[in-house]
Design a protein around this ligand. Structure first.
Ligand SMILES: NC(=O)c1ccc[n+]([C@@H]2O[C@H](COP(=O)([O-])OP(=O)(O)OC[C@H]3O[C@@H](n4cnc5c(N)ncnc54)[C@H](OP(=O)(O)O)[C@@H]3O)[C@@H](O)[C@H]2O)c1
Length: 323
């Protein structure tokens, strides 16, 4: 079968199309004929070596795929054959025509949702749902969504009111992404490429932000603490687009009676996994998630596009057999 092998850590060029044997499902696994494979922003960090890979290269790259279950391993119900699912692999192997995944990591795609849309939505959307559940919004609160035009942030902006936000402030890089964040439902947009935007927000509206969904991290997170509501302000930290996690210590939080929740690690991912069916059910009412469909062999190009920061939607890879 055709697959994309990551030969080393490095730039997009380390993702190389190769012919490899099709995998066989082990106990508790299913085999999927992949039709849509999302390129995920965190995968660019794994490919570049910023984060460690579960399996060292050379390895068939990739974490999620959507398609039809065509074989089941020992202990898995045969009734699942023919089901359309999105699956998360055990850490590699999804950039391929055939993909093995634990049956527990599969989510059935509702009939009214396309395979492309399911693939493109599942990771970002399920993280956003889990974050909104963890935020416990009260119905009157103001939220800041960092990087709110794309990925996880775009789902936070679209769903925040349903979960009890009264006002949504989004950050985005540049005017096109700013407009996008407004279209998705933000009341106010701040360009996070301007210098000291967090300090300016805190100076103009001190103590008014109840929740920060923090994906930028670094010193931005520290600056935002003065914008947060004393006694009840909560920061949910789930990414570090700036290159470092939120630079916030207990000593920074104590004076304002603020809290910070780290939304990462295995327990967090189990929580996000429980949100997968919920986000797929919401796809028909959300903004279309796919921007570009590329042949699987052009996976490196897909990574270049994601790293360019020009995209508003997701890149989906399509194996040749399903063209
Ligand atoms: N904890 C978890 O479970 C979890 C799961 C998934 C993702 N994440 C993390 O969440 C963050 C967002 O991921 P995603 O998949 O939703 O990505 P995404 O929005 O699809 O793509 C990343 C976006 O971040 C912005 N960006 C890139 N570098 C930046 C920087 N230095 N400062 C500010 N913004 C920057 C870019 O927008 P602009 O052009 O507008 O700047 C780009 O559109 C990442 O840090 C990712 O690792 C965490």
């Amino acid at each position: 079968m055709q697959a994309i092998v990551m030969t080393h850590t490095g730039g997009p060029e380390v993702l190389v199309p190769r012919e490899v044997p099709a995998p066989q499902p082990d106990a508790g696994e299913v085999l999927i004929r992949a039709e849509a494979i999302p390129v995920l922003y965190p995968e660019t960090l794994l490919r570049s070596g910023t984060f460690p890979m579960a399996a060292p290269p050379p390895v068939v790259f990739g974490h999620q795929a959507a398609g039809e279950i065509v074989e089941v391993g020992p202990g898995v119900a045969r009734e699942l054959l023919g089901r359309r699912v999105v699956a998360a692999t055990a850490g590699s192997g999804s950039y391929a025509e055939f993909v093995c995944a634990p049956v527990a990591n599969t989510t059935v795609i509702p009939a009214e949702v396309s395979t492309d849309d399911a693939a493109a939505t599942m990771m970002s959307g399920s993280i956003a749902l889990a974050l909104l559940e963890a935020a416990n919004l009260t119905g009157t609160e103001t939220v800041v969504v960092e990087a709110g035009a794309t990925g996880v942030g775009s789902y936070l902006v679209q769903l925040a009111r349903e979960f009890g936000a009264a006002r949504v402030i989004a950050t985005a890089g540049g005017s096109t992404k700013g407009e996008r964040a407004r279209e998705l439902g933000a009341d106010q947009v701040i360009d996070h490429r301007t210098d000291e935007w967090a300090e300016t927000l805190a100076a103009n509206a001190p103590g008014t932000v109840d929740i920060v969904f923090d994906s930028i991290g670094g010193s931005t997170a520290t600056a935002l603490l003065s914008a947060m509501t004393p006694g009840s302000g909560r920061m949910l930290s789930y990414g570090w687009l700036s290159g470092t996690p939120a630079q916030v210590s207990a000593a920074d939080l104590i004076p304002g009676g603020l809290s910070l929740t780290a939304c990462a690690g295995p327990a967090w991912h189990q929580r996000a996994q429980r949100a997968r069916a919920g986000i797929l059910a919401r796809v028909p009412s959300l903004s279309p998630p796919v921007e570009t469909v590329l042949p699987l062999g052009e996976a490196a190009r897909g990574h270049e596009l994601v790293e360019s920061r020009r995209l508003l939607g997701k890149v989906v890879l399509r194996p040749a057999a399903t063209h």
